[in-house]
Write a new protein. Structure first.
Length: 429
C-alpha cells in the first residue's frame, strides 16, 4: 500500500482524494470507495474492463507480456515439473507442499471422492441426452443439500473441508454425468489410482471387465488441468466470489461458477471450437470463415481466439499447442482437425483484423483437439474445464473469507428507464 493519491474534481467542483493501491505487480489502482460519498458520482465500467473487484494473492497475469503465475510460479515451470494435485495444494495454501504435506493432501482428496448414494438417484432423473453442464450445475448445487446443516461458514476448518470435498467430488460427478448419457452403470472411485487416472477409470471402466487407464491420457489430462486450474478474476471465478460474498453455501457458489463457465464466451469455447472446425470443414473454406469473423453484421466469431486480458499469446495456448502434437503422436492419432486448426491460426495471425486487435489463440483453441484424442465426448469438454477450475474457485472463495475488507458484492448502475410516472388502471390503458 502506498500513500499516493489521485485527486479527482467533478464538474460541480467537488473533489475526491483517491488513494492509490499498489500490488506486488501489475498496474496501480485507484481506490474508489469514497468517490460517491465525496462527489456524488459513480463510475461506469461495463464488463469490468478496468475495475478490480478484490485483492488477491493467488494468480497474476500480465496480458501484454503473455505471463501467467500461480502464487508467483510461472505456468510453464508448473506445466513442465509439477502435477495437478501439487498445483491444487499450491493454489489453495499459497506454498508448494513438502512431501508429507503432499501425501496428506492427496490422501484427503482421495478419501473424499465418493458421493452420497442419493445423488445417483438424482442423476437418474435426468434425460439421457441432458447436456452434461446442465447436469453439473444441478448436481453440484444439490450437494449443498447434503452439506449444509452441519456447516458453519465462519469456521475455517469447515470451509477448508468444503473446498476439499468440492475438488474431490467433481470428477466423480463428472463421470456419473457421462455414464448417465451413455446408459452405463456408475463406477465408484478407485483409491489406488491418481486423480486423473481415477477420473478416466470412472468414465470408461465397465463392471464386466478390468480397465487400466492409459498413462498417456492420464498425463495429458493432468497437464490440461494444471493449465485450467485458475485464471484470477475471470467470469466464473467472479461469479463464485459474488455469490460467496453473500455467505452462501460453497456448493451453491461453485454451481453458480459452473453456470458462468458454460457460456461459449468463457469455458464453453472448447466445445465451440470443434463445432466451428466441423463447420469450416476444409482448409479451402478458411478464407470464407475469416471473412465472416471480420464482418460486424455476422455474429460468427473465431472461437478459441481473443481474450479480455491477453493481448499477446495466451501462455497456456502455447503449452497446449505443443502438447497437442505430442499427445496425438503418442496415441498414434492423425487428426485432420489439428491440421485445419493450425492453418486457421496461421492465416488469422497474418490478417490485419486479428493483428491490429491483438487477437491470438487462447487456451481453448487446441484443448478440444486433445480431449477428442482422449475419447472425451464434445459435450464433456467444458465439464473437464470445470473439474480443473474448481481448484481456482475454492481457493478464491477461501481467500475471500480471509480478506478483512471483503463486503457483499453489490454493483451500482446507470439508470436509463422512465422517470417517475403515475399508475394507469387496466381499463384506462
Ligand atoms: N473473432 C472475431 N473478432 C473478435 C474475436 C473473435 N474471436 N474476439 C474479439 N473480436 C473483436 C471484437 O469484435 C472487437 O472488435 P471491434 O474493436 O472492431 O469492435 C475486438 O476484437 C475486441 O473484442 P471484445 O469483444 O471487445 O473483447 P472482449 O474482451 O470483450 O471479449 C472474448 C473477449 C474472449 C469474449 C472474445 O475475444 C471472444 O468472444 N472470443 C471467442 C470466444 C472464446 O474463445 N472464448 C474463450 C476465452 S479464453 C478461456 C476462457 O475464458 O474460458
Amino acid at each position: 500500500m502506498s500513500d499516493k493519491h489521485v485527486k479527482l474534481t467533478v464538474p460541480e467542483g467537488k473533489t475526491a482524494e483517491l488513494p492509490i493501491i499498489e500490488g506486488t505487480m501489475g498496474p496501480p489502482t485507484f481506490d474508489l470507495k469514497t468517490l460517491h460519498r465525496d462527489t456524488g458520482y459513480f463510475t461506469y465500467d461495463s464488463g469490468f474492463a478496468a475495475t478490480a473487484a478484490c485483492k488477491s494473492a493467488i494468480t497474476f497475469i500480465d496480458g501484454n507480456k503473455g505471463v501467467l503465475l500461480y502464487r508467483g510460479y510461472p505456468i510453464e515451470q508448473l506445466a513442465e515439473n509439477s502435477n495437478f494435485m501439487e498445483v491444487a495444494y499450491l493454489l489453495m495454501n499459497g506454498e508448494l507442499p513438502n512431501p508429507e504435506q503432499y501425501e496428506k493432501f492427496d490422501q484427503e482428496i482421495t478419501y473424499h471422492t465418493m458421493i452420497h448414494e442419493k445423488m445417483r438417484a438424482l442423476m437418474k432423473g435426468f434425460q439421457y441426452d441432458a447436456h452434461p453442464m446442465a447436469m453439473m450445475v444441478g448436481t453440484v448445487g444439490s450437494l449443498a443439500a447434503f452439506y449444509h446443516d452441519w456447516m458453519d461458514i465462519e469456521d475455517p476448518e469447515h470451509r477448508r473441508l468444503a473446498a476439499i470435498r468440492l475438488i474431490a467430488k467433481m470428477p466423480t460427478l463428472a463421470a456419473a454425468v457421462y455414464k448417465n448419457s451413455v446408459g452405463q452403470p456408475f463406477i465408484y472411485p478407485k483409491n489406488s489410482l491418481n486423480f486423473t487416472e481415477r477420473l478416466l477409470h470412472m468414465m470408461y471402466a465397465v463392471p464386466a471387465e478390468p480397465y487400466t487407464p492409459n498413462p498417456v491420457a492420464a498425463k495429458a489430462l493432468d497437464l490440461l488441468f494444471i493449465l485450467h486450474a485458475d485464471h484470477e478474476q475471470n467470469a466464473s471465478t467472479s461469479t463464485v466470489r459474488l455469490v460467496g460474498s453473500t455467505g452462501a453455501n460453497p456448493f451453491a457458489c461453485v454451481s453458480a461458477g459452473i453456470a458462468a463457465l458454460w457460456g461459449p464466451a468463457h469455458g464453453g469455447a472448447n466445445e465451440a471450437v470443434l463445432n466451428m472446425l466441423d463447420e469450416i470443414g476444409d482448409v479451402s473454406n478458411i478464407d470464407k470463415y475469416i471473412a465472416k469473423a471480420k464482418d460486424k453484421n455476422d455474429p460468427f466469431r473465431l472461437m478459441g481466439f481473443g481474450h479480455r486480458v491477453y493481448k499477446n499469446f495466451d501462455p497456456r495456448a502455447t503449452i497446449i499447442r505443443k502438447a497437442c502434437h505430442e499427445v496425438l503422436n503418442e496415441l498414434g492419432i492423425d487428426d485432420p482437425q489439428l491440421d485445419l486448426a493450425m492453418k486457421l491460426e496461421e492465416i488469422a495471425l497474418q490478417d490485419d483484423y486479428f493483428v491490429s486487435r491483438k487477437l491470438y489463440p487462447n487456451v481453448d483453441f487446441y484443448s478440444g483437439i486433445i480431449y477428442k484424442a482422449l475419447g472425451i465426448p464434445r459435450n464433456m469438454f467444458t465439464v473437464m474445464f470445470a473439474i480443473a477450475r474448481t481448484v481456482g474457485w475454492v481457493s478464491q472463495w477461501l481467500e475471500q473469507y480471509d480478506t478483512p475488507d471483503t463486503r457483499i458484492g453489490r454493483p451500482r448502475q446507470v439508470y436509463i428507464g422512465p422517470k417517475p410516472r403515475d399508475y394507469v388502471p387496466l381499463d384506462k390503458r
